[in-house]
Design a protein around this ligand. Structure first.
Ligand SMILES: [Zn+2]
Ligand SMILES: [Zn+2]
Length: 311
C-alpha cells in the first residue's frame, strides 16, 4: 500500500478464463478498485466508536465460474408458467378497466386535456416509483423479507447475471409486478370513477407493471431489438441501454429508474438515495448493500459466448 495524501481509486480488471471442453468457456470480469490511504485515515478506522460511512474498497477474490452456479437457457426459473401468465392477464385486465373508465368518463364529460395531463404525470411518477422501489430492494432485505423476498433475490441474481433477463420469458418477468398492480388497482377500479384519476392510475400502474419489460429491453442488443423499441430508447421515452448499463458498473449505486430514466440524473446528482441511506442508517442502524461493495453479489459474471451487450 503506497502512501498518498488522499484516496485514489485505480480501476482494474481481472479476467479469468475457465475452460471445460471448449476453447474459451466463460470469463468472469471484476471491476474493482485499489485503495491507498493516509496514515491518518488508517488511524481513524481504529476508532470503533467513530461512524465509518466510507465503503471498504477491497479487491474481490477471483472465482472460477462453474456450470452449476448460474441460470442456463433451459432453466425453468426463466420460463413462464400458467400461473405467471394468469397474473399478467389479470394485471392487464385491471389496467384496461382503469383505462376504459378514464376514456368513458372523458367522453361523457367531453374532457380530454385533464385526463391526458394526468396520464403524463402518471408516466413521469412511474419512473420515480420504479427507481425508489429498485433502490430499496437492491439495498435492503433478503430472501426472507415478507412479500418482496422473492423480488429481492431476483434482483440480486440480476446483478450477478444481468444478461439472463433477456432470456427470461415475458410473463415470468412481469408476473410479480402484475400481481402487485392487481391488488392495488382492482380496488381503485371498483371505488373511483373519476376519468382524470383513472387516467393517472392506468398509465402509472401500467408503466410500473411493464417496467421489467423496459428493463429487459435496456439489456438487449441494439441489432436484436425491434426498431420501435430502439427509437423509444434513443428518444428518452424508455430507459436507454447506455443509461442502465451504468447501473451495472461500480459503484453500483445509481441509475435505479427503469421506466424512462428521466429521474436518474436528478436523483443521482442530488444524492437523493445517499441521503435516504444516511437517514435510514442513523434512524434504524441498517447499512445499504451498496456501502459494502464490491461484494460478490454485485459483480457481473459475463458469458462471452452468448453475452447480451449493451450498445
Ligand atoms: Zn439493481
Ligand atoms: Zn439491469
Amino acid at each position: 500500500m503506497s502512501s498518498l495524501t488522499q484516496h485514489k481509486y485505480l480501476p482494474s480488471f481481472h479476467h479469468q478464463v475457465c475452460t471445460k471442453g471448449r476453447l474459451v468457456h466463460r470469463i468472469r470480469v471484476y471491476c474493482s478498485t485499489n485503495t491507498t490511504t493516509t496514515s491518518t485515515a488508517v488511524k481513524s478506522k481504529t476508532n470503533v466508536n467513530q461512524l465509518i460511512i466510507e465503503p471498504k474498497l477491497a479487491k474481490p477474490p477471483i472465482k472460477v465460474v462453474t456450470d452449476a452456479n448460474h441460470p442456463r437457457d433451459s432453466d425453468t426459473s426463466l420460463q413462464s408458467t400458467w400461473s405467471h401468465r394468469a397474473w399478467v392477464a389479470v394485471g392487464c385486465t385491471t389496467l384496461l378497466i382503469s383505462l376504459g373508465e378514464s376514456i368513458k368518463g372523458s367522453v361523457d364529460m367531453n374532457m380530454w386535456v385533464e385526463p391526458i395531463l394526468a396520464g403524463w404525470v402518471g408516466y413521469i411518477l412511474a419512473d420515480l416509483g420504479s427507481g425508489v422501489y429498485h433502490w430499496s430492494i437492491d439495498n435492503y432485505g433478503d430472501g426472507s423479507t415478507p412479500l418482496v423476498g422473492a423480488q429481492i433475490e431476483a434482483f440480486q441474481g440480476h446483478h450477478k447475471w444481468p444478461w439472463t433477463i433477456t432470456r427470461r420469458q415475458f410473463a415470468n418477468n412481469l408476473h410479480s409486478l402484475a400481481r402487485m398492480v392487481t391488488f392495488v388497482v382492482l380496488p381503485i377500479d371498483l371505488v373511483f370513477h373519476d376519468p382524470i384519476f383513472q387516467s393517472f392510475v392506468a398509465v402509472c400502474a401500467g408503466c410500473i407493471m411493464f417496467s421489467q419489460q423496459f428493463h429487459a429491453w435496456a439489456h438487449g442488443t441494439k441489432s436484436r431489438l425491434p426498431p420501435l423499441v430502439v427509437a423509444l430508447q434513443e428518444s428518452g421515452v424508455l430507459v436507454s441501454r447506455s443509461q442502465h448499463s451504468a447501473h451495472h458498473r461500480p459503484p453500483y449505486n445509481n441509475n435505479y429508474c427503469i421506466v424512462s430514466g428521466v429521474w436518474n440524473d436528478v436523483l443521482d446528482k442530488s444524492k437523493f438515495f445517499e441521503a435516504m441511506e444516511m437517514i435510514l442508517y442513523f434512524k434504524l442502524g441498517v447499512r445499504p448493500r451498496s456501502w459494502s461493495e464490491p461484494a460478490s453479489e454485485w459483480i457481473e459474471e459475463i458469458e462471452i459466448a452468448s453475452q447480451s451487450q449493451v450498445q
